[in-house]
Ligand binder design. Structure first.
Ligand code: G6P
Length: 365
């Protein structure tokens, strides 16, 4: 087993460090930056992409947060309504036109019962379906009309890490392809986003190189009462994912909020013992979020921010930078959150790869 961990103490840390290579696999042969195109081996019927009115992202756990990130990508790059739906709640939603809906099940394992259940319902109602998965031959690939592989390589740690980055990036390629097909995205804009995407392996490597510093911060804050993560737009799903990661493996209380939501309730929980971690990069409206962060600092909470390095006003207690990656900067910021969660859990001696009560793949509803 030690050999399989490739010199790392835990699969999770190994998988965090595998993100640059996983993304090269997901993107490499599919992207032609100069042409502004992404080829995905999915043959939609002629005219289908122009006809769709809604894209649904059906998923659970980390995959659901990847679906939330992707929903915003579809809305902004392809100008199509996109709705992330917690798959276990799918049965209780209505008012849709399935004939003009593309329902995408986002599932690393391809076996999550809640997600497969939602996919079956969508299909029965007449939607075209697609599985976005890491697992060749999984149930989702057999049941969906189309399959799109995220090519992340095996992920053993129960807490998903590299697959989140690969899900978002692969769905970004789809959003770009759909945006081009629907005439919503210019060739120049497509090129810019593809350049940002192909730069992700290098950008994430720079974050990984900062591991010592994030470990120190994690150790300083390890005994806090609770941890709050905040962000806007693309920073919001990353705040939710950052909190999920921390609670899964450290068993500490952690919650993610839209930064604008803080003053509508969560602020009552803020004390000097509740650090707030904020996504303050491009793609996450850093200046607005910084105002929200000032409110928690006024209550004595330590503020840790991940920035693009261009913030004006406001002083963070600790700042971490990400390289330029446009609207994918929050995805890069997420790597700091993964390392933060890992080092808090490790300092507490938790069972990182197999947290109590959790399973890698949940095959019951
Ligand atoms: C479980 C795992 C999570 C995962 C979720 C969805 O809860 O512990 O890490 O995000 O299932 O899994 P999937 O395979 O559908 O992506």
């Amino acid at each position: 087993e030690a050999a399989q961990k490739g010199g790392y103490d835990h699969y999770m840390r190994k998988e965090i460090h595998e993100q640059p290579s996983a993304l090269r696999q997901a993107l490499g042969s599919r992207v032609d930056v100069n042409a502004g195109t992404a080829s995905l081996d999915v043959d939609f019927p002629q005219g289908y992409l122009e006809s769709i009115q809604e894209i649904q992202l059906l998923a659970m756990g980390t995959s659901y947060y990847a679906g939330r990130y992707a929903a915003t990508l579809f809305e902004s790059l392809a100008d199509v309504r996109a709705t992330p739906i917690m798959a276990s709640e799918y049965s209780y939603t209505g008012g849709r036109d399935p004939w003009r809906t593309l329902s995408i099940a986002v599932t690393q394992s391809g076996e999550t019962a809640d997600t497969l259940g939602a996919l079956r319902e969508a299909s029965a109602a007449g939607a075209r379906t697609m599985g976005v998965t890491n697992t060749l031959g999984s149930s989702v690939t057999r049941e969906a009309d189309d399959a799109l592989f995220i090519r992340a390589g095996p992920e053993i740690g129960v807490a998903a890490t590299k697959t989140f980055a690969s899900q978002v990036s692969t769905l970004a390629l789809l959003a770009i392809a759909v945006g081009r097909e629907r005439g919503a995205l210019s060739a120049a804009a497509a090129r810019e986003h593809l350049e940002d995407l192909t730069g992700l392996p290098g950008a994430i490597q720079q974050v990984l190189d900062e591991e010592d510093r994030i470990r120190e911060t994690a150790h300083e804050l390890a005994d806090s009462d609770a941890f709050f993560f905040v962000g806007r737009e693309y920073g919001y799903p990353v705040a939710l994912e950052g909190a999920l990661k921390l609670k899964e493996i450290s068993y500490d209380h952690a919650e993610g909020f839209a930064s604008g939501e803080l003053k509508h309730g969560p602020l009552a929980l803020v004390t000097p013992e509740t650090p707030v971690l904020a996504v303050l990069t491009d793609g996450a409206h850093p200046q607005e979020t910084l105002n929200n962060v000032a409110e928690v600092q006024a209550r004595g909470a330590p503020a840790i921010g991940v920035t693009s390095g261009t913030l004006e006003g406001g002083t963070l207690d600790e700042a971490f930078e990400v390289p330029d990656a446009g609207i994918f900067e929050p995805l890069v910021a997420n790597v700091y959150f993964q390392l933060f969660a890992y080092h808090i859990a490790n300092a507490k001696g938790r069972s990182i790869d197999k947290p109590r009560n959790l399973a890698k793949s949940v095959t019951v509803e």
